[in-house]
Design a protein around this ligand. Structure first.
Ligand SMILES: C[S@@+](CC[C@H](N)C(=O)[O-])C[C@H]1O[C@@H](n2cnc3c(N)ncnc32)[C@H](O)[C@@H]1O
Length: 240
């Protein structure tokens, strides 16, 4: 009942009353220097949707899984029948109202050709999502990730401090760079889109030493990230 009332009232409340908006304004006015973007994305004409849809177009009868769906922005752009697209989110959007962990537990026999990981932006959860997704991927499938390239301390910080938020999932990118028998790139657009292909004998490399690292550490690792531009990312996805 309270949930329904909240939905009805929300459009009439000035944005300043939402804690995210308040935080962003406080960050802007009080910590102006710190929200300068320290890395820049490629100027381009693509968003994550383009790469996900490019991946989907590779497969006949593609099965697609999206972890973290929110307002269906990406999910509604997926040109597949609903029986072949699985959107998992405990709060809103998609067609499976549960956490990613619950989904993988309940549906361990379904395999997917394309998986987009964009759920809880905490390192540990994203790591779990990645490992589960690797097991749920069909041979020659593709896993995509959102938010591997935070531009500032505030964008990266856990707990969340502002609306635009990547969290610290970049640590999974570092682990993938160090994993065995994987082909991994990051497209330098739209908060950083990770693209992962698995080879025979792949092994995920856990690096517990990353746990307490912060944005300053990210900037060091970033120097060696496997960054590619949008057009190379489209080619990378097409290649077998
Ligand atoms: C950034 S939004 C997803 C945006 C969407 N993929 C897009 O590209 O437009 C993150 C979503 O993850 C969801 N989420 C949080 N914890 C989750 C979990 N444990 N499993 C799955 N989704 C989760 C949140 O409810 C939120 O809707």
């Amino acid at each position: 009942m309270i949930k329904i009332l909240k939905k009805i009232i929300k459009p009439f409340i000035p944005p300043i009353f939402f804690s995210d908006v308040r935080r962003e304004l406080i960050n802007y006015f009080l910590h102006n220097k710190k929200i300068t973007h320290l890395i820049k994305y490629e100027k381009n004409f693509y968003k994550r949707h383009a790469f996900i849809n490019k991946a989907i177009s590779k497969y006949n009868d593609c099965k697609y899984l999206e972890i973290g769906v929110a307002d269906n922005n990406v999910f509604n752009s997926i040109p597949l029948k609903i029986q072949d697209k699985f959107g998992v989110d405990p709060s809103e959007g998609g067609n499976y109202r549960m956490t990613s962990n619950e989904f993988f537990q309940k549906h361990e026999n379904i395999k997917f050709d394309v998986i987009f990981i964009d759920g809880l932006h905490h390192y540990e959860q994203c790591q779990e999502d990645c490992i589960n997704a690797m097991s749920a991927l069909n041979k020659n499938g593709i896993i995509l990730f959102h938010d591997f390239l935070p531009r500032s301390y505030f964008e990266e910080n856990v707990p969340r401090k502002q609306i635009n938020w990547t969290g610290n999932v970049w640590k999974v990118a570092v682990e993938l760079m160090n994993s065995k028998n994987v082909d991994f790139k990051i497209c330098n657009i739209d908060m950083g889109v990770g693209i992962l292909k698995l080879k025979n004998g792949f092994e995920y490399k856990m690096m517990p030493e990353l746990k307490d690292m912060n944005y300053t550490n990210f900037l060091e690792f970033y120097k060696n990230f496997p960054l590619i531009n949008s057009e190379d990312a489209l080619d990378f996805i097409s290649q077998d």
